[in-house]
Design a protein. Sequence first.
Length: 170
Amino acid sequence: MNEALQRDIESLRELPMKELKARYRELFGEHSPSSNRAHLFRRVAWRLQARSEGDLSERARQRAALLADDADLRLRAPRKFWSELAEPGEARQTAAGPQRALGRDARLPAPGTVLRRTYRGQAVEVKVLDRGFEHNGNKYGSLSAIALQVTGTRWNGFAFFGLAGEAGDE
């Protein structure tokens, strides 16, 4: 990088935001979509350097255009896709882990099962319901809520009841 270009870039650091935005508009031919000083500084400095020393090669531009064509591809399938794909009651794998088609976590035993655990000498029994859990006559939406009630601290409910390691066993 030549000294004149280096001085130009260093002088950008001293510019007030209004002048930095004006310089951006001058170099890019449009208003800046950002008001982030660091971002504007980098963009203006890059454009000054590109004008002085040459821009991207045609090969690099073609590669960037090729990559941009794939930009609309999803990395994960939408949730609806998995529910339409699975048969009722069939286990399936999602980004969040194994689940059954109706949204029930595969780590859970069948409704009606009683989970037992001893915590500090106290017997803890939880009945698995179709939707939720029952403990001491009260209904809970999650095992974690029961673990909190029993221990007074936050726990992963599956870990508390020894179900955490069974996710991939089906």
